[in-house]
Each structure stands twice: as structure tokens, then as C-alpha cells.
Design a protein around this ligand. Structure first.
Ligand SMILES: [Fe+2]
Length: 345
């Protein structure tokens, strides 16, 4: 069990990441959190910012009431801000924002306005700092992710195959692609820590085929390694069949059905993990309250497949699965970038 007390190496880890974000002496820094945020990370972030000579202040909003019929996890779309005018004003004058909300601002409706005001935003995934300590980004991570994202942006077609039976095709033309390497020093941009991910949001009607989730793959909404295979049949973006026996298939069927919303069945994003320090085994090592699973999203060589909201395809829902799939071969316009789960980039 991990104790929630501050350890000096965690302050150091946060300090290193903030230094990569070029936090300056005297810079006002907003620690944005909600009432259910992890108190330990707020404390550590504040202490680390003090060590860099910054001027941190806390902005803490109440965690909003639930509106969904099921527990919501891993959307990356915080609803905590609710366009609060005082919060938005504080964010607009903060050149650096440390986002400690539970879900993060990645897909929050307020994010475009926050970035437009010129802030740089670092979301710290809701992980125990013991995990974050292992996953401090390095400057050289940026080049690899930028190069990979460039290739994904240029691609017209992505294919994903596997020995387990996956055979998926994505028309990548017009897809919105981002690379996240774990820190940002550029005004008007957001990064999250841990990073090491390339994700593309394809246009509507562009994903077709079969995705076989094998035993050992992970559904991060449930924070669970699959014990039995599940086969998803995808037609024009929508999962039209979930085949498989046992708990994993049933959890997926029930959770998607609970939304009563077709958009919950559609593809959100596709991409891959490429963080050399992220470990596939990590989910087995932490109590659920100590992990948000971003390390598993980022482990190098996974095919990261997601269902749920895709604003670039005009679909909105809070139902979201992030599913890192092992041992896939991913090709962009026929060129292999990941071969049977091994990076070839
Ligand atoms: Fe996602």
C-alpha cells in the first residue's frame, strides 16, 4: 500500500516536469483542481512550483453532480468548470495552468477559450505520485512523438491487424491528430503527464472492420485486464456487435447499453502508445484508487482504440472506453509503424 504523504523525490519529479514546461521565476501559476482531486498531488505541485520561484495559487471548484446513468471514468473531458466566470477569468490571466481535475481539460468544452487566451496547460493525470515519479518525461521524448504525429497526420489510411484476428481500416484523411509527450512550453497548448501517445480523431464514417481484444488487453474504464477475448465488429465507426463470453464482454455490453445513446458505440480516437518508461504490467501493481491508468494508455507499441465522443465527427457522449490492444501491426499507407506490438518508428 502507498501512503499519502509527501516524499522529497516526488517534489523533485514535479519540479523537473515544471522546469520542462519552462516555468519561470515570479510566474503566476494556477493550480486548477476540484473537490475530489487528489490532495497529495495538489500539495506536491505547489511545493515544486515554490522551488522554481513561481507564484502558485489554487483554484478549486466543487466536483459536479453526476448526470449519467453509470459511473463515468476516463473521458478526459472535465465538466468541473461549467464556465464559471471567476474561474475562467483566473485561467485567462495565468500563463501556466496545472490541471489537477479528475478527468482533465483535454476535451473540456472550455479548453479552446483557455488556450486562446495563451495559457499553457499541463494536465497531471490522476495517478499516485509514486507512478508519476517513474514517468517523468525527458526532453528527447518530444522529438520522437512529434515525428510520429507528423506521420499520422500525413497518412491517408491506417490499417491494424493482429494474430488474434484484428483487421481494421481507418480512413485518415481529415482526421485530427495530436502527439502528447508529457510537457509543454508553448503558449496556447496542452500536454498531459504521463505522455507518450499519438491519437487521431477520424472523421465520421471512416472506421471499419474487426477488432479482437485478446485476454490481457485492457479496458481502462473498468481498469481491468481482459480475462477472455472480446471481438468488436465495427461498421462506419459504430460497434455493431460485441462477441465474447464471460465478464469482460458482459461489462462492455451492459456499460455501452446503459447510455441509451448510439454515440457511445462509435469510435472516438485511434492511435498508439510510445512511452518507453510506461509499463503494461502497471495496472496490476496499484490499488484502483491509486491509478487512472494513463501509463497503460502510453506503453510503447500498443494500439490505443477508444469509443465515445469525437467532436471531429460531430458525436458527443460521456461514455468512453480507452482500450490499449497488444501485439497489433499498425501500418500507415502500407508502411509498418508498429509490428506485432513492437515500435518500428
Ligand atoms: Fe480516450
Amino acid at each position: 500500500m502507498l501512503n499519502d504523504r509527501i516524499e522529497p523525490q516526488w517534489i523533485e519529479a514535479f519540479e523537473r516536469v515544471f522546469a520542462l514546461c519552462k516555468v519561470r521565476q515570479g510566474e503566476p501559476v494556477c493550480l486548477l483542481a476540484e473537490s475530489q482531486s487528489r490532495p497529495l498531488n495538489i500539495e506536491i505541485a505547489e511545493l515544486a512550483l515554490h522551488r522554481l520561484g513561481a507564484r502558485p495559487f489554487r483554484c478549486v471548484v466543487p466536483t459536479p453532480p453526476q448526470t449519467a446513468p453509470v459511473p463515468v471514468r476516463s473521458t478526459g473531458a472535465s465538466r468541473a468548470l461549467r464556465n464559471h466566470p471567476a474561474v475562467m477569468a483566473a485561467l485567462a490571466v495565468s500563463p501556466f495552468i496545472v490541471d489537477l481535475t479528475l478527468e482533465g481539460l483535454m476535451h473540456a468544452p472550455e479548453l479552446p477559450a483557455i488556450l486562446k487566451a495563451g495559457s499553457r496547460v499541463l494536465n497531471i493525470s490522476n495517478e499516485h505520485p509514486e507512478a508519476l515519479e517513474r514517468l517523468v518525461p525527458r526532453p528527447e521524448d518530444a522529438d520522437a512523438v512529434k515525428a510520429a504525429a507528423k506521420r499520422a497526420k500525413a497518412a491517408r489510411r491506417m490499417t491494424v491487424t493482429s494474430a488474434a484476428g484484428t483487421d481494421l481500416a481507418v480512413d485518415m484523411e481529415g482526421a485530427a491528430t495530436v502527439g502528447i509527450w508529457g510537457f509543454t512550453d508553448r503558449p496556447g497548448t496542452l500536454a498531459h503527464w504521463p505522455g507518450g501517445i499519438v491519437v487521431s480523431f477520424p472523421r465520421a464514417g471512416t472506421v471499419n472492420g474487426r477488432l479482437v481484444l485478446d485476454a490481457g488487453d485492457v479496458n481502462l474504464t473498468f481498469k481491468r485486464y481482459l480475462e477472455r477475448p472480446v471481438t468488436l465488429t465495427i461498421e462506419n465507426d459504430y460497434v455493431i456487435a460485441i462477441e465474447g463470453e464471460g465478464t469482460d464482454a458482459e461489462l462492455m455490453r451492459r456499460y455501452l447499453a446503459a447510455w441509451g445513446d448510439k454515440a457511445a458505440y462509435a469510435v472516438s480516437h485511434v492511435g498508439w502508445g510510445m512511452n518507453p518508461r510506461a509499463r503494461y504490467e502497471a495496472l496490476a501493481m496499484y490499488d484502483r484508487r491509486d491509478t487512472n491508468g494513463t501509463e497503460i494508455r502510453a506503453f510503447a507499441g500498443n494500439f490505443l482504440f477508444s469509443t465515445g465522443a469525437n467532436e471531429f465527427a460531430g458525436r458527443f457522449t460521456d461514455g468512453h472506453f480507452d482500450i490499449p490492444v497488444r501485439n497489433c501491426t499498425i501500418a500507415l499507407d502500407g508502411e509498418v509503424v508498429i509490428e506485432a506490438g513492437e515500435m518500428r518508428l
